[in-house]
Write a protein that binds this ligand. Sequence first.
Ligand SMILES: [Zn+2]
Length: 122
Amino acid sequence: MNETGHDKSGSIPVRYDKRFGRQHMLRNVVLAIPPVIIFAVLWQRGEETDSTTWLLSGFFVLWIAGWILADVFYFKRYRCPACGATIRQPTIVSRKPGDPIRYYCRKCEVEWDTRLRESGEI
Ligand SMILES: [Zn+2]
């Protein structure tokens, strides 16, 4: 199978971009560390409720909100691995769970498959 060639239907060639998914995973792991620590601290404190509890809870909520925003931003700024062009929208904009997240570069005339699938969680 030739991944870069046109198929018989004459549709756009699809190539795989493993980097995007790897970066996405790595970023999520790093971003998950602070909220996990906060959660552990809050858990350990148990019933105790004081200003520190509220401060930590507030930080936790802000962090999660920032994380979601960063995620949205990340998917709106895809960079073509071949020419470096920024692609602001995936091919399938309103994805159903399980739909592939792909980006089409007009310059290269290639559709990049990030190997990521819509999770349907957010
Ligand atoms: Zn390109």
